[in-house]
Design a protein around this ligand. Structure first.
Ligand SMILES: N[C@@H](CCC(=O)N[C@@H](CS)C(=O)NCC(=O)O)C(=O)O
Length: 207
């Protein structure tokens, strides 16, 4: 059976939601990154990058990198309808996923949650967090144009929802930032789903 290695509330929550939405059979293994478990030999043997999410496939092979895991799962469960059959929609979903992970997460939220990764001196942390908030807010305005009225992914559920879910969870429920209207609506919809309820319960999170 597949195994998802996750940390409660981390970006792996997007893959967790995707797994619940696809109905694919999987097991969960919690990795406590706050306690440094991702640096322990058993985990780095699995993923030398020391990051979650990790997906161990049915055949025992390991997949890393959020966008790749998300596409793999969406393709493994075509009946869930999250991998668009229209090539243009598929491209736009990939484009959005990459942007959410590479820019909003790695450039924006990394600054907000882990400013010490960017500046050692604690006196500089607030400025780094402010930079992160600006990256997230500017990025969400671009995301809104993709999923909002008239955008290429307006009203289309795709694999990008996995990344939208964790980015909006962090935006709204963790960082207390405001999301543009279509983003906020989508998050409210995903968050109210039974799949999300199961995910929050399994991760021990009260959003
Ligand atoms: N580019 C990676 C990012 C994964 C990532 O940064 N995961 C964070 C959790 S949200 C992590 O495992 N951090 C551990 C650490 O930095 O020590 C991906 O797309 O999967």
């Amino acid at each position: 059976m597949m195994t998802l290695y996750f940390t409660p509330g981390a970006c792996s929550i997007g893959i967790h939601l995707l797994l619940e939405r696809t109905g694919l059979a999987y097991e969960r293994r919690r990795v406590d990154i706050r306690a440094g478990e991702n640096r322990e030999p058993w985990f780095t043997a699995l993923n030398p990058k020391a990051k979650v999410p990790v997906l161990r496939r049915d055949d025992g092979c390991v997949l890393t990198e959020f966008p790749v895991i998300a596409r793999y799962l969406a393709a493994a469960a075509p009946e869930a309808g999250l991998l668009p059959t229209d090539p243009e929609h598929r491209l736009r979903a990939d484009e959005l996923t990459e942007y959410l992970v590479a820019t909003l997460h790695m450039q924006g939220f990394s600054r907000i949650f882990r400013p010490a990764k960017f500046v050692e001196d604690p006196a500089g942390h607030e400025a780094v967090r402010a930079q992160g908030r600006a990256i997230v807010q500017d990025g969400l305005a671009i995301v809104e144009r993709q999923i909002g009225p008239g955008g290429p992914l307006a009203d289309i559920r795709t694999v990008a929802d996995a990344a939208l879910f964790y980015i909006l969870f962090w935006t709204i429920d963790r960082a207390g930032l405001t999301a543009p209207p279509s983003c906020a609506r989508l998050y409210a919809e995903l968050r109210a789903s039974e799949a999300a309820e199961r995910v929050f319960a399994a991760e021990g999170i009260t959003p």
